[in-house]
Design a protein around this ligand. Structure first.
Ligand SMILES: [Zn+2]
Length: 209
């Protein structure tokens, strides 16, 4: 149903999207999609703090509206913010103009140059439309999908997958969502402990255009 490691072919088909960062550095780019929400997002912030880590949060606009205090906390702790649409729209099933509108509505709240399409699904016409509306926009995909959203996946297996697939320059997707919380709680602190021992740093995606 999904692959932990992003296939090279997919990266080649969409070379303008960002799939990973410089592979030679011992840096891992943790990203958290679908927040901000109470309990789960603060849990993530607390773990990141323990490791002196910076990460990137691809926020749903409607969650920012509902939980402005959690959103402020994410920003205040120095993490990067990305747009994840206002209502978590599926690009392939959404009319282009509606997609753009929803992106812009979230952009008003989030004010960021980073965007990740929900489900990683976006039409080429939508990519063009968003980039025309916001030329500095960087569309960020990932190189490692943790699968934390998969309720049939055992936390131990999720941890194993993530550790096996991640190395320098990888962009790893987690979710600060209730659905992912069982796995996230287990995997995040353990994975970060291993990575720190291996000498990795945790960086936010920061692009100055
Ligand atoms: Zn999402």
């Amino acid at each position: 149903m999904y692959l932990v490691k992003t296939p090279r072919l997919l990266k080649k088909l969409y070379p303008k999207l960002l799939w990973n960062v410089n592979k030679s550095a011992r840096r891992i780019y943790l990203t958290f999609d679908d927040g901000p929400i109470p309990i789960v997002t603060p849990f993530v912030l607390n773990i990141l703090n323990q490791y002196n880590a910076k990460a990137t949060f691809f926020c749903i606009g409607d969650n920012v509206r509902k939980h402005p205090d959690v959103f402020e906390q994410v920003k205040n702790e120095g993490h990067a913010i990305g747009n994840h649409t206002y209502n978590h729209l599926k690009g392939w099933k959404t009319d282009d103009n509606r997609y753009l509108e929803n992106f812009l509505k979230a952009d008003g709240l989030l004010q960021t140059n980073l965007f990740r399409p929900p489900y990683g699904r976006i039409k080429r016409s939508q990519i063009r439309l968003l980039q025309a509306a916001k030329p500095v926009l960087k569309i960020v995909m990932w190189s490692v999908l943790s699968g934390d959203f998969d309720i049939t996946l055992k936390p131990e297996k999720c941890l194993e997958n993530v550790l096996k697939s991640t190395g320098g320059g990888d962009i790893v997707v987690f979710h600060d969502s209730l659905k992912a919380f069982d796995r996230l709680q287990y995997v995040l602190p353990r994975a970060m402990e291993v990575w720190r021992r291996e000498g990795f740093e945790f960086m936010a995606l920061n692009f100055k255009n």
